[in-house]
Design a binder for this molecule. Structure first.
Ligand SMILES: [Zn+2]
Length: 411
């Protein structure tokens, strides 16, 4: 493999893709079912065709490029990522993994590697969920994890549903079930992605071998008290919602610190009602986001939070409610394939780190049901979901080299 040539081709593709944004000069905004996704899709299909792949777009906007194997009935090796973005995001999140998957196909063709099974490049529609609040839409459709209700129910800022957006995009939303792959057709999933965090860049490590994608639990908590005059109500005669809620909030980060092993817990949103300077708060609402590779740890922090809520609201005669927003269990990557990647890194002299992913990815969705591995490349200063997002191009070449070794072992 000519690493310089690979890096040059990856750079060329990614630089070309930069133009498919709705916010020129202010990062990548490539929302699902927009003109920009259409333009990017046409370009990606062309690049896949040039690589010698059989190209198709499914009925929900996922793109696939197939390099046929010797036995086409065997479960395929699927490799890729997503081609949508967040609002004013970067030029590498998702799309770099698609381009790397295409580069791997080019390498397999050039090196005349004859795989037993098909090698399939995947470019997923709408992983970010940024427009409709969906998330992993394309990969979920591929796995048959979406209902027509979902498609009709989720809407964007302008009240346009996925259903309507798909129609405007020239699709027949009712056909979404055809996007589901037959059981047993996919054997394994491989994804290259930028880290989107500071660890690899800070430690000057070339590749991250993701061993687990963290589980996430998200709650919206409301603590209820009573609105009173801030001047005339004595301290022992008030039901102050902010006082009660903050007694809980102030513990949450510490519980994560105590748990250690990369556990994180965040209260990112707080609001009080009525929110007056001279009014004792009637209620306070706050968000809680807990992530860990250990599901028991997440459950443990959740239980501590409930116990503390019980304690303070009993003490001050308040009440509370907890609205569960999201529960995802940790997803472990395939051990054998991880070992294969590690061997390859050692043989090629690449520095690497086994690490968890704190963010969700298509690999999270797919990894729940299929053997999956993921390689991270460093994000400069850890910046992502911002126009400043950057990864030096040679890193992508190295990720491809490690994946190529793995694919050869698998095939
Ligand atoms: Zn992504």
């Amino acid at each position: 493999m000519d690493l310089n040539l690979s890096v040059k081709r990856i750079e060329e593709n990614l630089e070309h893709l930069k133009q498919f944004t709705a916010t020129h000069g202010n990062g990548c905004t490539r929302l699902p079912f927009s003109k920009e996704t259409r333009d990017a899709a046409e370009y990606l299909k062309e690049v896949m065709r040039c690589a010698g792949l059989e190209v198709r777009e499914d009925c929900v906007g996922n793109l696939f490029g197939v390099l046929p194997g010797k036995d086409r009935t065997k479960p395929c090796i699927l490799c890729g990522s997503h081609y949508d973005s967040v609002y004013n995001g970067g030029n590498y999140d998702g799309i770099a993994g698609v381009v790397c998957a295409i580069e791997l196909a080019r390498l397999l063709v050039e090196e005349k590697v004859e795989l037993e099974e098909d090698y399939v490049v995947a470019a997923f529609m709408d992983e970010e969920g940024c427009r409709f609040g969906t998330g992993y839409f394309g990969s979920k459709c591929m796995l048959g994890d979406i209902t027509l209700d979902d498609i009709k129910h989720f809407t964007d800022r302008d009240g346009i549903s996925v259903y309507e957006a798909m129609r405007t995009y020239g699709m027949v939303p009712e056909n979404f079930t055809e996007a589901k792959w037959p059981e047993g057709r996919i054997g394994k999933f491989l994804e290259v992605h930028i880290e989107q965090g500071p660890v690899l860049d800070a430690k000057e490590i070339e590749l991250g071998l993701v061993d687990c994608i963290v589980g996430i639990q998200r709650y919206m908590v409301t603590v209820n008290g009573r609105a009173d005059h801030a001047g005339t109500t004595p301290m022992d005669m008030r039901m102050d919602a902010v006082d009660m809620a903050t007694k809980v909030i102030s513990n949450i980060a510490d519980w994560a610190r105590e748990a250690g092993n990369g556990t994180v817990a965040t209260v990112g949103y707080v609001t009080s009602v009525p929110g007056g300077m001279n009014v004792v708060a009637q209620s306070m609402t706050f968000s809680v986001d807990i992530r860990s590779t250990n599901n028991d740890v997440i459950n443990g922090i959740h239980e501590k939070m409930l116990a503390k809520l019980d304690e303070v609201t009993t003490k001050y005669n308040g009440s509370y409610s907890v609205d569960t927003k999201l529960i995802i269990t940790p997803c472990y990557m395939d051990k054998e394939m991880l070992d294969g990647l590690e061997e390859s890194c050692k043989a090629r002299g690449y520095s690497y780190l086994r690490m968890p992913s704190g963010a969700g990815h298509d690999a999270l969705e797919i990894g729940q049901v299929l053997p999956t591995v993921m390689i991270f490349v460093p994000s400069k200063d850890g910046r992502s979901h911002a126009p400043q997002e950057y990864t030096p191009y040679p890193c992508f070449g190295k990720a491809c080299a490690a994946m190529l070794d793995l694919i050869k072992k698998l095939g």
